[in-house]
Design a protein around this ligand. Structure first.
Ligand code: ATP
Length: 430
């Protein structure tokens, strides 16, 4: 097993063992491409989403948040082109009947499952949308889809936002939520899932000024990867060639990350032109014009779309945080998570459990910290060394230990995750 594969396996196993991420429906043998988040995973994921919302919505005055329904009128997906073209090429092995994504095969002539050669026929286009019916009647008119991207829930609200808020151009709509794709081969832990979350922005611009806004968002993407604590030299821009771009895009940059599984797409930045608003105008018959204030100049705005995946951000954060080192000759595993993302910021414990006065004092410190930070854990299991190791594994930056000296001078030991250094600090300054 090479180092990267080993690292990936260690991360997956730590994520399960420590309550970050479990296989979906595990108890029934699992459901491929689905993942459940445990207490630490859900907090880490929320911290990522909240960071995104703060940077891109709350800190700006040109952004509007929305939260559209996941189920949408089927016309949305007809107009957007998803019903006809949201497909991946599928091949089936005539020997073992494995179904695989044709454009992801290492060798297009050899089945990676059974090893036979020349068993694939022609690739056929497989639509990745999950289809369902809305209401009690199961016919063509009741068809709906679980949304394969959050973007369309934004475009369909563009007019509502214009009417309610009368924003100046350029302005953006932001949404975070679930998306579903019936991926042919979900793989690589949460990297390619069938149910995942996106954080998307549709930024509406004057068509004559799209390049300026594209450049702005390109810089903002870097701001985001830095806020996640990802090293710059692990993030790469890939200018997508015309033949590889989605049909609606006039320019796309894929931001790739050096995951343990290799260099893969972390997020995308696309210039979607007026493709979506024109489709809505055509199919819904509603005018999508924006009139520049104080003038008669009107046009359908063009769109710059940064599209972020939550799971891929989380996987990038986990893989850059995962660290192995040696302390006093003993192997140690820890997550070097940025403090603002760590699911637990402080773990508080009494040095020993059988001294009531220590426990009581530690409880007071715990409650005060919990009130202030929320992300604080009480941990009095096992001896102190074991506690440190456990907290290291979940990425807790600080362990606060209440000991006998605390009872005398109201100072505690703070043990630092990255250096394992211990310092004494007055309780009031923690
Ligand atoms: P890929 O080429 O890897 O399938 P894509 O180009 O189809 O990705 P987009 O349609 O651009 O992806 O979606 C935007 C973002 O949503 C991606 O950059 C990624 O972060 C996330 N994403 C897309 N598909 C998945 C998936 N199956 N599982 C997890 N995240 C995904």
């Amino acid at each position: 097993m090479d180092n990267s594969t080993q690292k990936m396996e260690s991360i997956v196993s730590l994520a399960k063992r420590r309550g970050f991420i479990y296989q979906g429906s595990d108890i029934y043998g699992g459901l491929s491409g689905t993942w459940d988040y445990g207490p630490l995973g859900v907090t880490l994921k929320r911290n990522i989403i909240q960071l995104w919302w703060r940077i891109f919505v709350e800190e700006r005055d040109d952004m509007y948040g929305v939260d559209a329904a996941i189920l949408m009128n089927q016309k949305v997906w007809q107009a957007s082109g998803h019903v006809d073209t949201f497909t991946d090429p599928l091949v089936e092995c005539s020997h073992c009947h494995a179904r695989l994504r044709a454009d992801k095969l290492d060798d297009p002539n050899k089945c990676p499952v059974c090893g036979k050669e020349g068993t694939f026929g022609e690739a056929r286009q497989f639509n990745m949308m999950f289809k369902t019916n809305v209401g009690p009647v199961d016919d063509e008119s009741s068809i709906s889809y679980l949304r394969p991207e959050t973007a369309q829930g934004i475009f369909t609200n563009y007019k509502n936002i214009l009417d309610s808020f009368y924003p100046d151009l350029p302005f953006g709509l932001a949404q975070q939520g679930k998306a579903f794709r019936n991926e042919i081969s979900p793989r690589d832990f949460i990297f390619r899932s069938r149910e995942f979350e996106q954080m998307e922005i549709e930024y509406f611009v004057d068509p004559e000024k799209w390049e300026e806004s594209f450049e702005h968002w390109r810089q903002q993407v870097w701001r985001w990867t830095q806020a996640l604590g990802l090293p710059d030299d692990h993030v790469h821009e890939l200018e997508v060639s015309e033949s590889d771009r989605a049909h609606y895009s006039k320019r796309t940059i894929d931001f790739e990350f050096d995951f343990p599984i290799g260099r893969e797409e972390l997020l995308g930045l696309a210039y979607r032109t007026d493709f979506d608003l024109q489709n809505i105008q055509r199919v819904a018959g509603k005018n999508m014009d924006y009139t520049i204030k104080g003038t008669n100049r009107k046009f359908v705005p063009h769109v710059i779309e940064p599209s972020f995946g939550v799971e891929r951000a989380l996987m990038a954060v986990l893989s850059s945080a995962y660290t192995e080192d040696e302390i006093n000759g003993e192997k140690r595993v820890y997550l070097k998570l940025p403090e603002h993302l760590a699911p637990v910021r402080y773990a508080v414990s009494p040095l020993v459990r059988n001294k009531p006065e220590l426990v009581e004092k530690a409880r007071t410190v715990y409650e005060a910290l919990k009130k202030k930070y929320g992300a604080v854990m009480w941990d009095d299991n096992g001896n102190i060394g074991k506690r440190y190791r456990r907290q290291d594994e979940i990425g807790t930056p600080y362990c606060v230990v209440v000991d006998f000296q605390t009872l005398e001078d109201d100072t505690v030991t703070i043990r630092h995750r990255d250096t394992t250094e211990q310092t004494r600090t007055p309780v009031s300054e923690v």
